[in-house]
Design a protein around this ligand. Structure first.
Ligand code: PLP
Length: 490
């Protein structure tokens, strides 16, 4: 074994009998003897046996191989990888929040319910909606909740013909997936060359079998759908509801509100717009808001404020049902509340403008060397269609990999599917001019390298712990167990 600990699995450090810690005998009878023999394992589980220091070094070394927003710029379009202020974690770690049991009776957790209600009310104000539930656990889970709510709305009117959802071809992949999970049929509507929904193509799709239309605005190309009042009118005239995918609400803060544009139902990702952590499979939150008249359909349980200023947790038979065990990921919600209260309404009003300025600054600084398929003012993000000079054979994948050598995370690539070489960039409002300028410089250097030394770009990354995973092989023959991985070892 070499000294590069990240090249190894914890199993390779295992030595029989080694143990991280020991506990004194607790004097209790052996619990195992009370378990029926047929339920016991007949062979060893095979867990690694290692001392504490080895475990600490192994995982600390592994953790330093991770790229994160705390280690570098992360221009991942659509995902809004903004800085997660440390004050958020401090608030969520308060034992008053962290030690609260989810089943604590309402009368003993009035403060927590007040915080839930404060956040839900702030989101309603920001989204221009009547009420929010914070219960869904992710963006896609919010979409599912919202679509189930649309179904519940039509069912409550005895209208059972509506089984379709119209979704633009530029939409995030979770939109059609959520519609399918909700038992609805997906009907795509195409985009115009400028990236916005083709209203003429939409009109013939609208009839009394449509339950809802889902839209993202600004859409995933970062372009504002100017026809939105007309689309809202058409959808409502057909008796359907208009759903807003507000996973990434960054450009809208302080600028415009989905409720004012005519949307009936929306979700927001707290782990994008409201600075709570993403990724690592960690918890997220996808609160769902509805316009006035749909509140009674929101999932159980709901937090309501009583006339005497106290809070209750209520369930109603009219609701669409339940979509979570309790009131959602409370510690995540508290981080988002911390972000909103730290910025205050003045600070929040600046977010959309700065996010938009940063994106346009990068776009305009690089458009002479990267292909800009839709030439317009963007909002929080934009899409290049690869390098302008296609003759070098350097693709979007190569550019993305080469960025890693320079210490930047790759942008979102090959999404949206509207272009062959999509490279989708979102800087967010939290990056400084210095960081953005150095990203621009590196993107220009890579374009230069592609012209003068294309092989250097095509064989990148050269400096990362893992260089060229074989994506195809990994997808076709995944090796997921320790024994399978051992075969890969030289
Ligand atoms: C991220 C995103 C989603 C999905 O959110 P998850 O929390 O990852 O499920 C949906 N729509 C858009 C536009 C997004 O950017």
């Amino acid at each position: 074994m070499n000294n590069r600990l990240y090249d190894h699995l914890i199993f390779e450090f295992s030595r029989p009998g080694r143990c991280g810690y020991s506990l004194p005998d607790n004097g209790c009878p052996d619990a195992i003897s009370s378990i029926p023999a047929n339920l016991l394992r007949d062979k060893e589980i095979g867990l690694p046996q290692a001392d504490e220091l080895t475990v600490v070094r192994h995982y600390t070394n592994m953790s330093t191989n991770n790229f994160g927003v705390d280690t570098g710029f992360y221009p991942l379009g659509s995902c809004t990888m903004k800085y997660n202020p440390k004050i958020n974690d401090e608030m969520a770690a308060d034992p008053v929040i962290g030690a609260l049991h989810p089943d604590t009776p309402a009368r003993y957790c009035q403060g927590a319910l007040a915080m839930y209600h404060t956040l839900a009310t702030a989101l309603a104000e920001i989204g221009g909606m009547a009420e929010f539930t914070l219960n869904p656990y992710a963006g896609a889970h919010g979409e599912l909740t919202g679509l189930m709510l649309c179904r519940a709305y039509h069912a409550s009117r005895g209208d059972d013909k509506r089984t379709k959802v119209i979704i633009p071809d530029s939409a995030h992949g979770t939109n059609p997936a959520s519609a399918a999970v909700a038992g609805l049929q997906v009907v795509p509507v195409k985009s115009l060359p400028d990236g916005t929904v083709d209203v003429d193509a939409l009109v013939p799709l609208l009839d009394d079998t449509v339950a809802a239309m889902m839209m993202t605005n600004p859409n995933t190309l970062g372009i504002f759908e100017r026809q939105i009042p007309r689309i809202a009118q058409l959808v409502h005239d057909a008796g359907a509801l208009l759903y807003y995918d507000g996973a990434n609400l960054n450009p809208m803060l302080g600028v415009a509100r989905p409720g004012d544009m005519g949307f009936d139902v929306m979700h927001i990702n707290l782990h994008k717009t409201f600075s709570t952590p993403h990724g690592g499979g960690g918890p997220g939150a996808g609160p769902v808001g509805v316009r006035d008249g749909l509140q009674h359909l929101l999932p159980n349980p709901r937090v309501v404020k009583n006339d005497d200023g106290t809070y209750s947790v209520v369930s109603s038979p009219d609701a669409m049902g339940r979509i979570s065990s309790t009131l959602g990921n409370f510690a995540v919600q508290m981080r988002a509340l911390s972000y909103i209260l730290s910025l205050g309404s003045d600070g929040l009003m600046e977010v959309g403008g700065l996010a938009t300025l940063n994106a346009n600054y990068i776009k305009e600084s690089l458009r002479d060397v990267y292909e800009l398929p839709v030439d317009t003012v963007c909002k929080h993000e934009f899409v290049f269609d690869g390098l302008k000079d296609k003759s070098t054979g350097v693709t979007t994948l190569h550019v993305a990999k080469r960025l890693l050598d320079y210490g930047f995370h790759a942008p979102t690539i090959y999404f949206p599917l509207l272009f062959h070489e999509s490279l989708m960039i979102e800087p967010t409002e939290t990056e400084s001019l210095d960081t953005i300028d150095s990203f621009i410089r590196v993107m220009r250097d890579i374009a230069q390298e592609a012209a003068t030394d294309p092989d250097k770009v095509k064989t990148a990354p050269h400096t990362t712990p893992v260089r060229h995973p074989d994506d195809t092989e990994a997808a076709l023959h995944p090796r997921l167990t320790y024994d399978e991985l051992l075969h890969l070892k030289p």
